[in-house]
Design a protein around this ligand. Structure first.
Ligand code: ATP
Ligand code: MG
Length: 399
């Protein structure tokens, strides 16, 4: 995303006499020569001043000094310079104090995330040697790593996420704190853990991320059930950035027993829909080894699985990582191309009402009859309603 709107917001804040900069991940990305996905703005303006300046705002965390400014249809986080007050429980600050730009940087997690950018002077403001750490490819906590992780244990996981995704090394003292404090990760809510784990799986370099979780002792804490094998690592290496978190989880857990997988995804508070998808992916994976014996109707039903592409991709990854030939996978792909969506899920030839009309009493047998008729239809043996009713009369012997 281009920075124009973010720069316009900075300009507008300054026009009203406030200090304002781009901050955090977007500056890191710009220094790295990557186009940022979004832009955050830090300012001396207080939340109530921000909401007065911009016509469209939403208050997302006004008590923490964060206002969402909607500008040209996009949302930007505009946050008042602040320092966080004591983190009593290691999860959330109890309150914030509004301060200056430097203090705002010092409360941030890593030096690479602690840069400010002045878009008018085109100058990076660096209070923490973040630019040097970007050059050296290092994730380094701002200040004393143990103290900073003690304040917010999520930072332990964030260190791994940035290290893996960017291909950076975690600076020795920071790494030492990650390892020492991994057992305390449970003080962080399941939702926040899930969010970081999802990002580790979906932002690229997932294999490295999971390996770092292992080496740091974090894997043992958050996924004690998981057995890491060479094959699984090769599977993770094939995950592309931008995949959905539930697909990433399915690959990660694809030979963890289903019951355990369910308890893991429940514990991490994935949604019901995500849980169903993950379980469906695991349950259906073995079917790829039986595709050559599958009847046309079973095949078509197989293709009706929600997000079938994910099933296909898991099978491909699983086979390719095992060094197996991907012939079964290619066979399924060819089959899928033989049929249109209409072939796979055609309009039913008859309904329960048709059965009643020819004298059947509604009951559990309806489902059986309709499924059998549909099988015949999918096999191409029944093609119209009259034929279907005829079939029912012959097999279920009524009027
Ligand atoms: P990404 O490109 O992955 O979004 P990001 O750097 O923008 O990376 P965010 O999680 O979006 O990361 O957070 C924005 C900024 O807020 C970070 O760059 C960092 O300065 C600060 N930050 C976020 N979470 C924390 C935290 N738990 N502790 C301290 N600072 C944090
Ligand atoms: Mg961000």
């Amino acid at each position: 995303m281009r920075p124009d709107s973010a720069i316009a917001i900075v300009g507008e804040l300054r026009r009203h006499g406030h200090e304002a900069y781009l901050v955090g991940g977007c500056v890191r990305d710009m220094v790295m020569g990557i186009e940022p996905a979004d832009y955050d703005i830090a300012t001396s303006a207080l939340p109530e001043q921000i909401t007065k300046i911009f016509p469209r705002t939403e208050s997302i965390g006004a008590q923490f000094g964060v206002v969402l400014v909607i500008y040209k249809g996009r949302a930007f986080e505009v946050a008042t310079f602040r320092s966080d007050e004591a983190y009593v429980d290691g999860r959330r600050p109890t309150g914030v104090v509004f301060t200056d730009a430097k203090q705002d940087v010092l409360r941030r997690d890593f030096t690479i995330n602690g840069l400010l950018y002045d878009p008018f002077e085109e100058r990076v403001i660096d209070y923490v040697n973040g630019q040097a750490d970007i050059q050296a490819k290092l994730v380094r906590a701002i200040g004393d790593p143990r103290a900073r992780f003690e304040e917010d244990k999520l930072r332990i996981l964030r260190a791994v996420r940035f290290g893996a995704r960017l291909g950076y090394t975690i600076e020795p003292a920071t790494w030492e704190a990650v390892r020492a404090m991994a057992p305390k990760i449970h003080q962080v809510s399941s939702e926040r853990i899930r969010e970081e784990l999802s990002r580790i799986l979906t932002e690229g370099q997932a294999a490295r991320g999971i390996e770092m979780l292992e080496e740091s002792g974090l894997r043992k804490e958050i996924l004690p059930e998981l057995q890491l094998t060479d094959h699984l690592e090769r599977c993770l290496e094939m995950l592309r950035p931008g995949i959905e978190p539930d697909f990433g989880m399915a690959v990660l857990l694809h030979y963890t027993p289903i019951a355990q997988t369910q308890s893991i995804v429940e514990r991490l508070k994935f949604s019901r829909a995500e849980m169903h998808h993950i379980v469906a992916l695991l349950e259906n994976l073995p079917k790829f080894h039986q595709v050559r014996q599958m009847s046309t109707s079973s095949f078509k039903r197989f293709f009706r699985l929600v997000r079938f592409d994910d099933h296909l991709e898991l099978a491909r990854i699983h086979a390719a990582a095992a060094g197996e030939d991907v012939e079964d996978y290619n066979y399924v792909l060819r089959k899928r191309q033989e049929w249109t969506d209409e072939d796979i899920a055609p309009k039913p030839l008859i309904s329960g009402e048709d059965l009643i009309a020819i004298g059947f009493m509604p009951g559990p047998v309806f489902k059986e009859i309709l499924t059998r008729v549909e099988d015949q239809q999918l096999e191409g043996r029944l093609t119209d309603s009259a034929g279907a009713l005829d079939f029912v009369r012959r097999h279920y012997g009524k009027s």
